[in-house]
Write a protein of this length. Structure first.
Length: 175
């Protein structure tokens, strides 16, 4: 070799591989960070569209598995009410069917299914229990001369098992 020529210093092969390896790690971490950011934004936006809105007053803390106040006008609860009153009428010794007047208060608790505490204002109807036909409580008229009642119920529902248990906790007359 000529002494005047410039010689390239010897570098082992792995030197170039290490530089490329470092660059790949850096690019991979950058890509991971970008994917994480996009996923977080998409998840945050998607949750508001797919999950039902639940109104919780700011002064009320949510306790998982605890009792939560519910809107008595909620369709889920209103659809459950005829089945609940049917069970109440089966348990009652009254000769007349009780009919719903107003759902006053409802709270729910998620268990193996859902438990509800309900306060329902009911009245005696003109429909007697002695008839063996299916009774539509909406078609029954109020029996005059008897005070309304407020019944407090505990309802346990497991719809996937077709299970409904109703316990009458308290009955009060409305004057």
């Amino acid at each position: 070799m000529d002494s005047k020529s410039t010689a390239v210093p010897f570098r082992p092969f792995f030197h170039y591989e290490m530089r490329n390896f470092s660059r790949r790690i850096y690019d991979g971490l950058l890509l991971l960070l970008l994917l994480f950011g996009v996923t977080a934004v998409v998840h945050r936006r998607g949750s508001t569209d797919m999950e039902p809105e639940i109104y919780v007053p700011r002064d009320q803390d949510i306790i998982l598995g605890g009792w939560q106040e519910r809107n008595p006008e909620d369709n889920e609860i209103l659809n459950l009410l005829p089945s609940v009153l049917s069970k109440v009428n089966q348990q009652s010794n009254d000769e007349y069917h009780l009919m719903p007047i107003k759902l006053l208060k409802v709270s729910s608790q998620v268990v193996a299914g859902v438990k509800y505490k309900m306060e329902v204002q009911v009245a005696r109807s003109e429909c007697k229990k002695s008839s063996n036909k299916e009774v539509n409580l909406k078609a029954c008229k109020r029996l005059e001369g008897y005070p309304d009642q407020i019944i407090t119920l505990e309802v346990w529902e497991k719809p996937w098992e077709n299970f409904l248990r109703v316990n009458i906790l308290e009955t009060k007359s409305v004057s």
